[in-house]
Unconditional design. Structure first.
Length: 745
């Protein structure tokens, strides 16, 4: 920025809504409204979006690419900066700039800069508790008492953070800056505590969301991650930032208008990567790990987002707990402990790996600092949607070892049965998602507004919400999990597009349709990024040579473990059933394994008011490990609990000519007629087109009725195929059936 930027050129003949910058030594610096600078600003040459440069020499690599008018009506800058080599951000500027900061490489100390800056109070939101806790420990080791971790118990923190904990921290800090580390789930609690304690949080604090791309993509299985955006826009635009080394495109138009800073480097780091294509990633990983173990004494770091896959590799290699460790989320740690309790202590609080071989799942792909140099092995597989690795994930993983990687392997498989895509072009796919989401939210918000003005419409409102929630799901391919493209704003409670889920769907589309579409697609993508890539000979293993014994053992052990966890959950739920404490129930649900949450705890929460608790849990226990049987059991329970006057139940009883007292029908129906009538009832009473496979339609009818087979067709002989005990009570006549039934997408 040797050459001054003229205000007229910057604004391109547009008048600013508010003052867009400051003139410093003849250079027009774009940053928004004129607050937030030190009194001694004159000793600095320039700043970028309020990040004041510490030395005049840094200005030479700065360029203003374009002005942006953000959602708050201010003109802000879209900047690029070529950074001096071997420097941390804290050596370049005095605080983090506002807006979206794309670091392009990991390990620059962005979080450390904001946490140690003495200029302002800060709240740093990170994707995982492990990252928040470890950064808290790391900073406080050098700056005693500077930061506070806010969240549920973790590590040496024995209890969830309370209001009193936050109050004590504020008292101890007195007039010093306050620095909070938290995760998205705990951000609303922290903001509420601070406001309750008299803090002007939206005026006096800077909110920084770290590893924003991880939150985008991980929202598909942690939906509350996107709630952080609702709070992000409550902060003044100069008091908020999003940071990542792998910033991804945003479908949220408001984020596209944020001030931006792209950091470039005089020499862009490149990686030396060896690619191993295979048909069985576990077998290939065993070969690579074994070769490293036999030829070196170095540490090995394996990134693989599948605990069963990790256990299979461990068993095949014959590793013991003293030889290997596993870094995973708190939720999965019990699974590791049961497999091998010695494998859990994998890293110390200084960031050093404690075992020769360390495996890590996605909870550790971003943000965590590993201080050892390792041979890195990343495993990407099409076995499950969550085991595929994008270029961004691969880059994040490669940056975990702060001292560099001794070597890097990427082991991957290519799906021979490429997914069928309705949309062949990613832009077409993106537009279709955004268009659908926009239509759904307009409809929903109109209905909410009407219901608020006419209480007679209230019963319909729950139905409409659940209906949109049900149909407002999308999959990038037939192999994926369905994601909702609509959500409720956690502050205003208006319906908005679920932009993070839309981003995740688009990312998934690119991964399957482009990155792993052929054996050489990944190679070409990595080379285009400037990396040195070597294709190792493909490792294709004949099916008869593929080792499956360990896999079967692991799956059997997993079933046994889940059965034990179910018995514990059943005991807790029955105990809760006696005192009916709502908060306690939520705690029980939160503590449960994800499968047990979805397949036992949540159905129990919905159905226990109507069906005997022990009987209900016994049935759920028999079926929770089998999706089809569980679906049929839950649907049977829902239909049984509906009053006969419910529009859907009344219509289906009448359609199949069922005598309510006897539960029988004398009319026989062939398969085609049964399915046709079922579709008609769904269409007329629920306004839902039941476009499902024949076997699912038959399952639904078998869940509702007991059938007797006959040559001329089947007839109904009873109303309680699962033999539930007499109902405790019946559901309401306006119960929203679509939100209660389990229908496959």
């Amino acid at each position: 920025m040797k050459k001054p930027i003229k205000k007229e050129d910057f604004l391109r003949q547009k008048e600013p809504i508010n003052s867009p910058g400051t003139n410093i030594h003849g250079t027009y610096v774009v940053h928004g409204h004129d607050v937030g600078f030190n009194e001694d600003i004159s000793e600095y040459y320039s700043s970028i979006n309020c990040g004041v440069l510490l030395d005049n020499s840094f200005d030479k690599g700065i360029s203003l690419c374009a002005p942006l008018e953000n959602v708050d009506g201010y003109y802000v800058g879209e900047w690029e900066m070529v950074c001096p080599p071997d420097l941390k951000l804290g050596q370049i500027m005095d605080r983090m700039p506002f807006g979206i900061i794309d670091k392009t490489i990991t390990g620059l100390g962005a979080t450390t800069l904001e946490l140690t800056s003495q200029i302002r109070n800060s709240i740093i939101v990170v994707p995982t508790k492990a990252l928040a806790y470890n950064k808290h420990i790391q900073i406080n080791a050098e700056h005693n008492g500077l930061t506070m971790y806010v969240g549920s118990k973790y590590g040496r923190i024995a209890n969830d953070t309370s209001l009193n904990d936050v109050a004590l921290y504020l008292v101890n800090r007195k007039d010093s800056v306050r620095k909070f580390l938290t995760v998205a789930d705990s951000l609303p609690k922290l903001l509420g505590y601070l406001e309750e304690l008299g803090e002007k949080v939206y005026e006096d604090y800077f909110l920084m969301i770290d590893e924003i791309d991880t939150m985008q993509i991980d929202s598909c299985y942690r939906p509350r991650l996107e709630n952080v955006i609702d709070y992000y826009f409550k902060f003044d635009f100069m008091n908020r930032a999003m940071v990542s080394a792998t910033v991804q495109p945003f479908s949220n138009p408001s984020l596209e208008k944020e001030g931006r800073l792209l950091l470039k480097w005089e020499k862009t780091p490149s990686r030396n990567i060896k690619l191993v294509a295979t048909n069985y990633v576990d077998d290939a990983a065993v070969n690579v790990i074994l070769n490293i173990l036999e030829t070196t004494t170095d540490k090995i770091l394996v990134a693989y987002n599948s605990l069963d896959g990790i256990f299979n590799i461990v068993k095949t290699l014959g590793l013991k707990g003293c030889d290997y460790g596993v870094l995973c989320s708190n939720r999965s740690s019990d699974k590791v402990t049961e497999f091998d309790e010695d494998a859990t202590n994998a890293i110390d609080e200084n960031g050093h790996l404690t075992k020769r071989v360390t495996f890590m799942t996605c909870a550790y792909f971003a943000g965590i600092d590993i201080m050892d140099s390792c041979h890195l092995i990343s495993i990407s597989s099409n076995n499950q949607p969550f085991t595929y690795l994008s270029l961004a994930k691969l880059s994040q993983i490669a940056g975990r070892c702060r001292s560099g990687n001794l070597s890097e392997y990427i082991i991957y498989d290519v799906d021979d049965n490429n997914a069928d895509f309705i949309h062949a072009d990613v832009n077409e796919y993106t537009n279709s998602l955004l268009s659908r989401a926009d239509k759904y939210i307009q409809f929903l918000n109109t209905m909410v507004s009407m219901a608020k003005s006419d209480r007679a419409l209230y019963p319909m409102l729950d139905f409409v919400k659940s209906y949109i929630s049900f149909i407002g799901k999308s999959k990038a391919s037939r192999y994926d999990y369905p994601l909702s493209i609509v959500r409720e704003n956690s502050i205003t409670h208006e319906f908005v597009p679920s932009y993070f889920n839309i981003d995740a769907l688009i990312d998934r589309w690119k991964i399957v349709n482009q990155l792993y579409s052929s054996e050489y697609a990944l190679y070409n993508a990595l080379v285009s990024q400037g990396h040195n890539v070597e294709n190792e000979p493909p490792l294709y293993i004949p099916k008869e040579e593929h080792l499956t014994e360990n896999i079967h053992q692991i799956k059997d052990q997993a079933k046994q473990r889940l059965n034990k966890q179910f018995e514990l959950l059943k005991t807790r739920l029955l105990s809760w059933h006696n005192d009916q404490n709502d908060y306690h129930l939520e705690e029980i649900i939160r503590d449960a394994n994800k499968r047990l949450q979805d397949n036992v705890a949540l159905p129990f929460k919905v159905l226990h008011p109507f069906i005997d608790a022990e009987s209900l849990l016994n049935g759920l226990g028999l079926h929770f490990n089998h999706d089809r049987k569980l679906r049929n059991y839950i649907n049977a329970a829902v239909f049984y609990a509906l009053p006969n006057e419910h529009p859907f139940k009344a219509s289906i009883l009448m359609t199949f000519e069922v005598d309510v007292k006897s539960g029988e029908s004398q009319t026989k129906y062939d398969l085609s007629t049964r399915h046709k009538k079922l579709r008609e009832v769904f269409a007329t009473t629920l306004n839902y087109q039941l476009d499902l496979e024949s076997v699912v339609l038959s399952d639904l009818l078998s869940s509702f009725f007991i059938w007797a087979r006959g040559a001329a067709g089947n007839r109904i002989t009873g109303l309680n195929p699962e033999k539930f005990p007499p109902l405790i009570s019946k559901m309401k006549i306006d119960a929203n059936l679509l939100s209660l039934l389990r229908l496959p997408k």
